[in-house]
Design a binder for this molecule. Structure first.
Ligand code: GLU
Length: 277
């Protein structure tokens, strides 16, 4: 029996992949354990309140229950800011003034993009002189804050983490490059918020899709830097459509709500996803 969580972002209606993830978290918690629900809504440009109510409704329809109140990340920017300050105090952050277009152009020129994924940040702003950083910030230039992953990894040394399916792994926090921890449009990022919240909410087993394994390598580093408790993880396979494509909201995939409206019962859906009880 454990504490697990399901942490959707309210950027659209939940689909089968989310249903699978939530039921997986519920099963992983065990009969007497707790599955928490957390709303990851820091990206104010993409998240909508209507999708938050839809999440509650659709999960309840699936037969799930969770402790209240539910944590909404958008209400905790100050806490993320405080953790960011701790990293800054260790001299591990640098301001990045690059736009997405600049990063994409530089990364493709340097061929740093692993096949099929977003380009890794080539580190251009890491080399800026302190005076230039200060001048550009003072001039009001928009910037994000990035983690100097190599310096951070050097400070904490070798780290390991455990996945209940994959076993013990040596952390490779460099897989995602120098990630953004505070965005130019709001003062946090997924990586920072999720790491802080999993610790704060006492999550013992972090369950989520296997598309986030690379992120876990980085989160292990953030936990070490911020002296947070270390959970274990279980990354589950992704639900795919009939063409083998992973379900994503942007692909116009049927939502749980569509299926319900078409007369599919929650019991049938649970059985289809492999969670009949
Ligand atoms: N909020 C993330 C998403 O909806 C999930 C993050 C996680 O489980 O760590 O994709």
């Amino acid at each position: 029996m454990s504490v697990t969580r399901f942490a959707p972002s309210p950027t659209g209606l939940l689909h089968l992949g989310h249903g699978y993830s939530a039921l997986f978290a519920r099963r992983q918690a065990g009969a007497d354990g707790t599955m928490r629900l957390r709303i990851e809504d820091i990206d104010r440009s993409r998240c909508r309140p209507a999708f938050i109510s839809a999440i509650f409704e659709d999960l309840a329809w699936l037969g799930l229950d969770w402790p209240k109140p539910v944590r909404l990340q958008s209400e905790h920017f100050q806490e993320y800011g405080a953790q960011l300050d701790r990293l800054a105090a260790r001299d591990l952050l640098y301001p990045c003034f690059c736009t997405r277009a600049q990063i994409a152009a530089e990364a493709s020129a340097a061929l740093t993009a692993p096949h099929g994924s977003a380009p890794l940040y080539p580190g251009s702003c890491r080399a800026l002189a302190l005076t230039e950083r200060q001048d550009r910030i003072a001039a009001g230039e928009a910037h994000a804050w990035r983690l100097d992953v190599a310096a951070a990894a050097h400070q904490v040394g070798r780290l390991t983490w455990t996945d209940l399916t994959r076993g013990d792994l040596v952390a490779q926090p460099e897989l995602l490059g120098d990630v953004v921890l505070s965005r130019r449009d709001f003062p946090a990022s997924y990586h920072l918020a999720v790491t802080c919240d999993d610790a704060l909410e006492g999550i013992e087993i972090v369950t989520r899709g296997e598309d986030l394994v690379e992120a876990t390598h980085l989160h292990r580093l953030l936990q070490a830097l911020l002296e947070l408790p270390v959970p274990v993880w279980n990354h589950h396979p992704l639900i795919r459509d009939e063409f083998g494509e992973r379900l994503a909201k942007r692909h116009n995939v049927a939502s749980l709500r569509d299926l319900r409206d078409q007369g599919v019962t929650a019991a049938a859906l649970r059985a289809q996803l492999g969670f009949p009880d």
